[in-house]
Design a protein around this ligand. Structure first.
Ligand code: TPP
Ligand code: MG
Length: 614
């Protein structure tokens, strides 16, 4: 056997750079690059290896480990899980800074390879700087925090372990059902240790992605249920996009006339104008989709986790017969659904075949069309700019942004009031045009995520919509976007606080407290000049005083090559009333506040209604 003597770090980098996949008929490296913030746990050995291997695996520097991990995860999401990135950190705080991002990737079923440095396998210098010491367990390190939020975890304590760990890591990242974050905690002394690796280990390898065929019996059961139904509804989730099934779904919907509603992760599979598109479903759904869900005699989820925002906390269609098409049996069995385990594309194709000649009745379709027309009028009204000089609503800003960008644009968002408003109001023309991280809804994902999106699709306009709270929580990768020449347009909606939580707080009977800046303990009420801040990071930045100024600033932003930030003050209280559904947020059972008691009575009534439903 021919061998080559390499450090474990060199072996890892060499192997990672030799893994390929086929995307749009071209063989491309699976790993588009490695994000790295160096420290004593990775600079000496992994740093040396990344430098030597920088042609096959380019390294990118970031400012915050969580931020760089968000960029990596967003890249994979926008690439529809066909390609991914690596993130490496020092031991200790650099590593644990990534744990939130690991949880985000875990919830959203997105691939990312984490390589945090780890303590010495030899224990030679213990306790090494930043080592977390457990009194009763010598095997614990800070990286154990990754265990519950990794789909595959290994600690590399011997160089030859890589021969096994690396292929297992990639098999997990590329597995449509098991997909999620992989953590290879890399002991820092082991990174530097040499070993005679078989040369064959580093041969270029092209990986395929499995498409699981649905079971014939499960498929027959679904086809029979659909044939018997008069008012079926498809709930289309992120799995439709990850499977590349959007054209098959559109063709199936056209052939059968079946109505389709979309989750946050699934939005954009059908163009908003598609005749079967009812818009978004659930807590932040359209009136058309939610009415169809109440009327449905059969609900078919495709590639959805059925999280509470989709199901209205199980109050929207819990009383309906439910089938779940999902590549992961864990999801296919949720909520008592009849499972159809399989790839979304293959299952839709097979279903299309079995349902030839079957069509939803014209009067049902006409009802849907009327409901969609009414919803579209509601959207137009919500986003229309009101005359006068009152603060605009999030909806009006969304309307102005939507009008300023092309059909190809990608809107990026994650937390605050905006995701709900965007889910209701954003009109997605093309798949991939709507990038919402709403599995973990992690404040701080927006700008870092936008960077990953733009790296994935450099030719598309990327518009990040972000609240003042999220911006303050993590904005540092804006500087990275400027440094890398990866242009983002960031629209920052400044309502001076955690607007959506303030509204939720008041809806549950409490006074405004500790959410809006003015309602929080303060010696000085902050007057943050976000435009000045963004400029200091190197971005072009403007403050728009009105929606007209916002439109003009967006126009300018389109022609500027650098990342741009447009700040606009917004009303923290106004939201779109049309559409939507109940969301289960537990209200205190006892309180001195009559408003809380009243909210509790409403809450109990809703919970009773829900119980009657299921
Ligand atoms: C990391 C993180 N911390 C806390 C929350 C809970 N949370 C959700 S939205 C929100 C407020 C967001 O404020 P901002 O970005 O200004 O948006 P707004 O609500 O004002 O629209 C908070 C605190 C979260 N989703 N993520
Ligand atoms: Mg805010």
């Amino acid at each position: 056997m021919t061998t080559i003597r390499l450090t474990a770090a060199q072996a890892m980098v060499r192997w990672l750079g030799a893994q390929y996949v086929v995307v749009d008929d071209a063989e491309v490296p699976y790993f588009a690059g490695a994000w790295a913030i160096f420290g004593h746990g990775n600079v000496a050995a992994l740093g040396e290896a990344l430098y030597a291997g920088r042609d096959a695996l380019p390294t990118f520097r970031a400012h915050n480990e969580q931020g760089m991990a968000h960029a990596a995860i967003a890249y994979a999401k926008q690439m529809r899980r066909r390609r991914a990135m690596v993130c490496t950190t020092s031991i200790g705080p650099g590593a644990t800074n990534m744990v939130t991002a690991a949880a985000l990737a875990h919830v959203n079923r997105l691939p990312v390879l984490f390589v945090p440095g780890d303590v010495y396998a030899s224990r030679r210098p213990d306790p090494v700087l930043q080592q977390v010491e457990a009194f009763g367990d010598g095997t614990v390190s800070a990286n154990d925090c990754f265990l519950p939020v990794s789909r595959y975890f290994d600690r590399i304590t011997r160089p030859e372990q890589l021969l096994d760990a690396l292929p297992k890591a990639l098999a997990t990242l590329l597995d449509p059902a098991a997909c999620g974050p992989v953590t290879l905690a890399f002991c820092q002394d082991v990174q530097a240790e040499a070993f005679d690796y078989p040369l064959a280990f580093f041969e270029r390898r092209v990986w395929g992605v499995r498409r699981a065929m649905p079971d014939a019996n499960e498929l027959d059961a679904l086809a029979a249920a659909m044939r018997a139904s008069k008012r079926p509804l498809i709930v289309s989730g992120g799995g439709v996009l990850y499977s590349g099934a959007e054209n098959a779904l559109a063709a199936f919907a056209e052939a059968t006339g079946i109505a389709v509603a979309e989750t946050q992760a699934g939005k954009g599979a059908l163009a908003w104008k598609h005749p079967s598109a009812l818009g978004s479903i659930g807590v932040t759904g359209s009136s058309a989709a939610n009415a169809a869900a109440r009327e449905a005699d059969l609900v078919v989820g495709i590639g959805t986790r059925l999280q509470d925002f989709t199901t209205g906390s199980r109050s929207l269609f819990a009383d309906k017969p439910l089938f779940q098409i999902n590549v992961q049996a864990f999801d296919a069995h949720k909520h008592g659904a009849v499972p159809v385990v399989g790839d979304a594309l293959r299952t839709i194709e097979a279903l299309h075949d079995r349902l030839r000649g079957w069509r939803v009745a014209d009067e049902v379709r006409a009802r849907d069309a009327a409901a969609v027309a009414a919803w579209n009028a509601d959207v137009d009204a919500a986003v229309a700019a009101a005359p006068g000089r009152t603060l605009p609503s999030d909806a009006q800003v969304i309307g102005a942004v939507q009008a300023a960008v092309g059909d190809d644009a990608v809107v990026v968002c994650a937390a605050g009031g905006l995701p709900g408003e965007l889910h209701k109001l954003w009109r997605t023309a093309k798949p991939g045009g709507y990038h919402l991280e709403y599995g973990y809804s992690c404040m701080g994902y927006e700008i870092a995520g936008g960077l990953g999106v733009k790296l994935a699709e450099p030719r598309r306009e990327v518009v990040v919509m972000v609240g003042d709270g999220s911006y303050l929580m993590m904005n540092s990768e804006l500087a990275t976007s400027v440094m890398l020449g990866v242009k983002l347009v960031v629209v920052l909606l400044d309502n001076r606080g955690y607007g959506c939580i303030n509204r939720l707080q008041q809806a549950t009977g409490s006074p405004g407290f500790n959410n809006l800046l003015a309602d929080a303990r303060h010696a000085v009420l902050p007057e943050i000049d976000f435009a000045v801040h963004a400029r200091s990071l190197g971005a072009h930045a403007e403050h728009a005083a009105t929606l007209d100024e916002l439109r003009a600033a967006m126009e300018r932003a389109r022609s500027i090559e650098r990342s741009c930030v447009v700040v606009i003050d917004t009303d923290p209280l106004k939201t779109t009333e049309a559409g939507g559904w109940w969301w289960d947020v537990a209200v205190p059972e006892v309180s001195d506040r009559p408003q809380v008691n009243a909210a509790r009575r409403d809450y109990e009534q809703r919970v009773r209604m829900k119980r009657d439903l299921s």
